[in-house]
Design a protein around this ligand. Structure first.
Ligand code: HEM
Length: 209
């Protein structure tokens, strides 16, 4: 299945609009006064969506290879940028609404809940990926270097899961984090498996020579 350029443009618009639905829902619920604990709800919801978009971005390559849907690659940048967008909202909620830019208060909070530091590291690592997501940056860095840099996502996703796991471990509620460990392990594991498979014939070739 390969969509025509027109269909692909429509798919892109649909993905863009769908990706904004969680934000629209948050704004709606907040303005309607329907949230009992708005700060907690917004922090958790934006954190969840960051993780979902990271997983979707990581799922593009396996899906493309297994289903032979090469066109999916054309959506990956948008999905990755939405992961960054929700991470930024998540971070700003913490920085602004939770701590009102009070650095001492934030540091105290991080000391009390070290899982926040892991999330912060994941967020910082996402920044170069977002900054270099344009075509001009791909050209400037060169394909190979760009690809290496973007492998940072293989670190960001496990850090995001660790952040989630650590937060939930304090509440003895690990069902969801376990699910994300499985998803991220599968999405990264399949890449390792493919990379090894690709290396094996090459190695065999070296031995034969
Ligand atoms: C890639 C980066 C990040 C990911 C994937 C992520 C993901 C998550 C997830 C999934 C949750 C739990 C939501 C739930 O309970 O349903 C969470 C909670 C939380 N995150 Fe992050 N996060 C990231 C970065 C950050 C950053 C940069 C900060 C702040 C500096 C942060 C602060 C928090 C806090 C304070 C909570 C707990 C909220 C509460 O106790 O209600 N996170 N995050």
């Amino acid at each position: 299945m390969t969509p025509t350029p027109k269909q692909l443009a429509a798919i892109k618009v649909a993905v863009f609009v769908l990706a904004l639905v969680p934000l629209a829902r948050l704004v709606w619920l907040t303005l309607a006064g329907a949230l009992v604990e708005p700060l907690q709800f917004i922090t958790r919801s934006t954190g969840d969506w960051t993780l979902y978009f990271l997983c979707i971005a990581l799922a593009v390559t396996p899906l493309r290879r297994l289903a032979k849907w090469n066109w999916l690659l054309k959506l990956r940048r948008m999905v990755g940028l939405f992961a960054f967008f929700y991470a930024l909202l998540h971070f700003l909620t913490f920085l602004w609404f939770d701590h009102f830019f009070d650095v001492a208060g934030m540091l105290k909070d991080v000391a009390k809940r070290p899982f926040i530091l892991v999330g912060f590291i994941a967020f910082v690592l996402l920044i170069p990926l977002a900054v270099t997501s344009t075509n001009a940056m791909v050209r400037r860095l060169g394909g190979k270097r760009w690809q290496w840099l973007h492998r940072l996502v293989y670190v960001v996703a496990p850090l995001g899961v660790l952040h989630f796991w650590w937060m939930k471990a304090a509440k003895h509620d690990l069902a969801q984090p376990m699910l994300f460990v499985a998803i991220v392990a599968l999405l990264l594991g399949i890449r390792v498996w493919w990379a090894r498979k690709k290396q094996t014939p090459a190695r065999a070739g070296v031995v034969q020579q």
